[in-house]
Ligand binder design. Structure first.
Ligand SMILES: Cc1ncc(COP(=O)(O)O)c(C=O)c1O
Length: 385
């Protein structure tokens, strides 16, 4: 019975052009991915500063694992609570300008854990409709009432705030939106926060490391709580929540994904400390990233594509799900790897190519991409499945 249901759902997924079957990469070399003998230029990575494929970070992380071992072997609440992890968390809180920090095994767990633990039945949580799935899951688990506002619409958020029944509201948003590539309206949020007072949670997963002075992101002036991940610009794995004073003790006691999961090992904390030094030293990479992203946006617009994105996440609107998948396949055959984001990642009928620029990309890579896209786009039709 279950097998038949799974088969049916997969069939419907295929028929809707939504089926996912990612190709298996066999190796990675800087900005290139290898699929057997096929070498493709990667525009689907969140390795914004190029650290994830850097020999320097690899050496440091390898040395940390040699020194500290491979596993914490327990949850933070049992025997996994190492001094080195606390020290690294303090350093992260200081670097990003918050009172406290708490590491999580992933950004998904951090969002889900923090949001579900902070809010409760009777609270109202108001969220930008384009936030990440992990934050949505967190709100659902919290049992608070949660109400969406139109993406980045401060007037809609204002309406939601005016209509709330209690004074315990939270607002959940992102600073650089993962699937739109646009910035949060920080000034707009600041104004509403002054007028209405709410707890503001900002997911800076795509901004930390890549944007702001020393990679501090763009939302410190409005965020009470921020979430960052090590898995994107920081080139590692795991995540961190940045918190006001007293929240860490609370989360140690009430955050289920933290309490019931093996904590990241000391080697991770030592690598996180190394990363803070690297981040302070990465102005050149942040600058290259900014310049190459502008170049890509302008080149695509120059060819008539509908393009969105304020920084290193660039979105090319395709619309039809099957066409987006066909364009991505065609690009792959032409030596370019780019992700077609489709429903439910983005709204139905609004499929996109999501381009992740990195500091490793060069001008000739942009030309290669744009030429390849022009050719493939012209060859695919909206109904091609
Ligand atoms: C906005 C956003 N938040 C959180 C996450 C989850 O982070 P992680 O990959 O560390 O689980 C992602 C992506 O993966 C993301 O895009």
């Amino acid at each position: 019975m279950f097998a038949e249901r799974l088969r049916q759902r997969l069939l419907m997924q295929r028929q809707a052009g939504l089926h996912r079957n990612p190709p298996e990469a066999t190796a990675r070399d800087g900005k290139y991915l290898f699929f057997g003998n096929r070498k493709v230029l990667n525009f689907s990575s969140n390795d914004y500063l190029g650290l994830g494929a850097s020999p320097k970070l690899r050496e440091k992380v390898a040395a940390n694992f040699r020194r500290y071992g491979t596993s914490s072997s327990s949850s933070r609440l049992v025997s996994g609570h190492y001094a080195l992890i606390s020290r690294a968390e303090e350093a992260y809180a200081r670097h990003f300008g918050y009172d406290e920090a708490l590491f999580f095994p992933s950004g998904y767990q951090a969002n889900l854990g923090v949001i579900s633990a902070l809010f409760a039945q009777g609270d109202t949580v108001i969220f930008d409709k384009h936030i990440h799935a992990s934050s949505v899951k967190g709100m659902a688990l919290s049992k608070a009432e949660f109400l969406g506002y139109r993406h980045n619409s401060m007037s809609h958020l204002r309406k939601r705030l005016e209509a709330r029944k209690d004074d315990q509201a939270g607002v959940v948003t992102e600073s650089l939106f993962s699937m739109d590539g646009d910035f949060l309206d920080v000034e707009g949020i600041r104004k509403l926060k002054r007028e209405h007072g709410f707890l503001c949670i900002v997911d800076e997963a795509h901004a930390f490391g890549a944007l702001g002075e020393n990679g501090r992101g763009i939302a410190r002036t409005v965020a009470d709580v921020a979430v960052g991940t090590f898995g994107k610009a920081l080139g590692l794995f795991g995540a961190f929540a940045l918190l006001p004073a007293g929240y860490k003790e609370y989360l140690f006691n009430f955050c289920s994904p933290l309490i019931y999961s093996t904590t990241l090992p000391e080697a991770h904390a030592a690598s996180a400390l190394d990363l803070l030094e690297i981040l302070g030293d990465s102005d050149a990479e942040r600058d290259s990233l900014r310049r190459i992203s502008v170049l890509m946006r302008e080149a695509l617009r120059g060819e008539g594509f509908h393009v969105g994105g304020d920084a290193h996440i660039i979105v090319v609107e395709i619309g039809d799900e099957a066409r987006a998948a066909a364009v991505s396949r065609g690009l792959f055959e032409g030596g370019v790897f780019v992700f077609p984001a489709r429903y439910p990642t983005v709204p139905m009928g609004r499929a996109i190519l999501r381009i992740g620029m990195t500091a490793r990309h060069r001008e000739q890579d942009v030309s290669f991409f744009v030429d390849a896209l022009k050719g493939v786009y012209a060859r695919t039709q909206p109904e091609s499945r």
